[in-house]
Design a protein around this ligand. Structure first.
Ligand code: PLP
Length: 370
């Protein structure tokens, strides 16, 4: 019996008993990245294609939504409510998941990113939210998770008074980490793939935002006895406050699954050196990472999450010794690329369609757009 099979029932506790709506395509492939590997050093590089989870352009939030929407279905809800940044992938996928399950969706967009250009406000995920027919609300602040949750619960109460059966996905921490369970499942999937393909991965690198993906993976690997290092690349807040989130999330996952805590605080690795100038704002390493991934492996990344995570991955790959194997988790986010089209087009190096050289002079550390 394999590691994943032998331990899943006991070590992952109630994981397979909790309500789950099957929304995504899984397992997603693990592909080798030989061209990027040759460019960066002597480590072997791989990518977990969670941008290919299938639903409405895919991404990590599909796995997370399987548990939220599972609970929504179990409660007989007919309307999902969720808050996110203007270009949130989570809210786009919540709207898509709601449609698959014949529900309505209300989205509250908060002002987390200081960008006013029309592309940012109307294209990418916002366009998809509209195509999916979600009802959009706005919240004027970007750093007030508790206030945004209060407001969306008021909207839910109004819907309830009209006879609807709302289900709220909260923004602030402090609720059961249902989303993280999607990445406990993904950790089990990766362990099974490593065994089936005789892959010895030493380090997994992933974007760390709300922390559900990071905490779920780390918890899942440890619960399954897999010693792989998990490095979270901070995309939302600096490493120290993010560490507190991951610590709490890992403890809450253990409580939810009814198993003992599996993650030591010292096991939480975070890098925040590609975060500046802040959430959703471009910088030179991110633009370089977007170009490099596309031009070596035809991997399309986004400016908010996976571009920054790849910038961190590139740094880790350059530092890694020969024979080390690193896995990048591509968490999706591709639609946001189009919302950042103006800033990206200005920043990209190389020839434009009319033969001009476009913005190839960005110096390291300089910011583009935002
Ligand atoms: C494309 C993408 N990657 C990574 C993340 C970060 O995942 P998490 O919030 O679970 O830390 C997000 C969050 O919205 C995302 O949309």
């Amino acid at each position: 019996m394999s590691l994943a099979d032998s331990t899943k029932t006991e070590a992952l506790g109630r994981l397979d008993e909790l309500p789950r709506a099957r929304l995504g395509h899984a397992p997603t492939p693990i592909d080798a990245m030989p061209n990027l590997g040759a460019r960066l050093g002597r480590a072997r590089l791989y990518v977990k294609r969670d941008d290919c989870t299938g639903l409405a352009f895919g991404g990590n939030k599909v796995r997370q939504l399987e548990f939220y929407l599972g609970e929504a279905v179990a409660r007989n809800a007919d309307t999902v409510l969720i808050t996110g940044a203007v270009q949130s992938n989570f809210v786009r996928l919540a709207a898509a998941a709601a449609r698959k399950l014949a529900m309505d969706c209300h989205i509250q967009l908060e002002e987390r990113v200081p960008k006013t250009d029309p592309l940012y406000r109307n294209s990418g995920n916002v366009l998809l939210d509209r195509i999916l027919g979600a009802t959009l609300h706005s919240y004027a602040h970007g750093e007030d998770e508790a206030g945004a949750d209060r407001r969306i619960r008021e909207i839910a109460a109004e819907l309830e008074a009209e006879g609807r059966r709302p289900y709220v996905i909260p923004l602030a921490p402090g609720h059961a980490p249902l989303g993280a369970l999607g990445y406990v499942v993904a950790a089990r999937e990766i362990v099974a793939q490593m065994e089936a393909d005789s892959l010895a991965i030493d380090e997994v690198v992933v974007a760390s935002g709300s922390g559900n993906t990071h905490a779920g993976l780390l918890f899942g690997f440890r619960a399954l006895g897999c010693p792989v290092t998990v490095t979270g690349i901070c995309v939302r807040r600096p490493a120290e406050p993010q560490r507190e989130r991951i610590v709490s999330r890992c403890r809450e996952i253990a409580e939810l699954l009814g198993v003992k805590p599996m993650v030591e605080d010292g096991d939480i690795r975070l890098l925040d050196d590609v975060l500046a100038p802040g959430y959703g704002q471009l910088n030179a390493p991110t633009i370089e990472a977007i170009e490099t991934a596309a031009r070596t492996e035809a991997l399309i990344l986004d400016p908010i999450y996976t571009g920054k995570a790849m910038a961190g991955f590139i740094r880790r790959a350059r530092q890694a010794g020969p024979g080390r194997s690193l896995l990048f988790v591509h968490t999706g986010g591709t639609p946001a690329l189009f919302a950042y089209g103006t800033a990206l087009a200005e920043a990209l190096s190389g020839e434009t369609a009319d033969g001009e050289t476009a913005g190839g002079e960005m110096a390291g550390g300089e910011t583009a757009g935002g």
